[in-house]
Design a protein around this ligand. Structure first.
Ligand code: AMP
Length: 419
């Protein structure tokens, strides 16, 4: 496989797929530029080698050309961060773009308009009549598939090589994230630096495991994490299940959970997970005490109770001090740690203590030499809230992509480069 570090981009044009899907306020100011910054090492390496870059990205979920999702809103900021005047193309395909691309000189960068302005990018037909029959839907999809390949081929034609640095969309088999790679041979397609780091981090928890390996799965619902838990049961030594999904387990085992969040149709599933953990010698840890509240509010009355004795009108909002100690002990004795999902309603300060205790334990274990990966949805917000992001080994930038990777799926964006 080609590596970005070894590749000399001098005199070459590179198509770089990045994830510049940044949040914007109503005046189109970027409110968090983390994703742009994350792609800078890749872009800078190409430019400083004397190559030129054609930058492709999506922004939001447009249903066609929508001004509010134009990448021109972020152009000035990309230029500023990259330290060069980035050019802009009002589209990503068409005559005008081809002209701009061919005029691009070494050391220059061109940002293409939002790739998702074209339905070919995602390959999902738009504008189908509401009463379209299944046959019609199938035909539209098949026709679009053909156009999608042409679209990918056009994007590929701009460049001598393809670099994928968009881990956040690696779980999508889109034109610019996967199909485009078919038009480059193995020596001319590669991961960008960010993608490389993400792939390496996932590899460390999925295959290159140093034991003991502890996964901490939190969040609100067991139903959204079931595939991940099933896959982790084949890999981990310890599985900590925490957050809102705990109560489905506690209820399934006959405990009293009051008004806590619970998925009543997943009680059997919870028992099945407990059984599978036993069969595989995975130590399963659940809360032994909880911080409960009489309302879903930061100002609610609170108290600590045993995890399986939550009074009728109360709800579990966070783990209690005994559980914090229990979880911290397990985490600190681990050599590989994966954390996804908070231990409580961490957005409310009065119920963030448990998640903080977990974050601190992970930081300590990392200091003692463990490898720790934090990612997927709210865990990133959580570790940032506690200011501990730089105290863990790796914080993933890919929400859905990371979760699918931990489910054990091969991500199309990664597979397309590796083959
Ligand atoms: P998820 O998106 O599934 O990772 O879940 C994250 C959300 O779970 C966060 O918004 C938390 O506030 C929420 N959560 C964590 N613990 C609880 C709980 N005990 N009750 C209700 N929601 C919770």
């Amino acid at each position: 496989m080609q590596s970005i570090d070894k590749f000399n981009f001098a005199g070459k044009k590179a198509f770089v797929r990045v994830d510049f899907n940044v949040p914007l306020d109503d005046k189109f100011n970027i409110t968090d530029d983390t994703r742009i910054r994350a792609a800078l090492p890749t872009l800078k390496k190409i430019l400083s080698d004397g190559g030129s870059v054609i930058i492709g990205s999506h922004l939001g979920r447009p249903k066609g050309v929508e001004e509010k999702y134009s990448l021109k809103h972020i152009l000035a900021h990309v230029s500023e961060l990259l330290g060069t005047d980035v050019q802009f193309a009002n589209d990503c395909v068409g005559e005008g773009v081809a002209v701009k691309v061919s005029a691009l000189q070494p050391g220059e960068a061109l940002l293409l308009e939002n790739l998702r302005f074209h339905e070919e990018e995602e390959g999902k037909p738009r504008g189908l009549a509401e009463d379209a029959t299944d046959e019609e839907k199938k035909a539209a999809k098949a026709a679009l598939k053909v156009r999608q390949k042409e679209f990918a081929k056009t994007l590929a034609s701009y460049a001598d090589c393809y670099v994928n640095d968009a881990f956040g969309t690696a779980h999508r088999a889109h034109a610019s994230t996967a199909i485009i790679a078919e038009f480059f041979d193995t020596d001319h397609k590669m991961f960008g630096y960010l993608m490389e780091k993400e792939v390496k981090a996932v590899d460390k928890v999925m295959s290159d495991i140093v034991r003991p390996f502890t996964a901490i799965m939190g969040g609100s619902k067991v139903s959204t994490k079931i595939d991940i838990i099933e896959n982790l049961l084949t890999k981990v030594d310890n599985l900590i299940i925490t957050g809102g999904m705990t109560y489905t387990f506690t209820k399934a085992r006959g405990g009293k959970i009051g008004k806590s969040i619970c998925e009543d149709d997943k009680l059997d599933l919870a028992l099945d997970i407990v059984k599978k953990a036993e069969e595989r010698n995975v130590k399963l840890y659940l809360a032994i005490d909880d911080k409960v509240a009489d309302a879903f509010s930061n100002d609610a009355n609170t108290k600590f109770v045993k995890a399986d004795e939550i009074p009728d009108e109360w709800m579990g909002m966070d783990i209690g001090p005994e559980t914090e100690k229990l979880f911290a002990g397990v985490i600190k004795s681990s050599k590989t740690i994966l954390w996804n999902g908070p231990a409580g309603v961490f957005e409310m300060d009065n119920f963030s203590h448990g998640s903080r205790a977990i974050a601190e334990a992970i930081a300590e274990a990392t200091k003692d030499g463990a490898f720790s990966l934090v990612g997927g949805g709210d865990s990133v917000a959580c570790i940032n809230k506690f200011g501990l992001a730089d105290k863990v080994s790796y914080v993933s930038t890919g929400g859905g992509a990371l979760l699918e990777a931990i489910e054990g799926k091969k991500l199309p964006g990664i597979a397309a480069i590796e083959k």
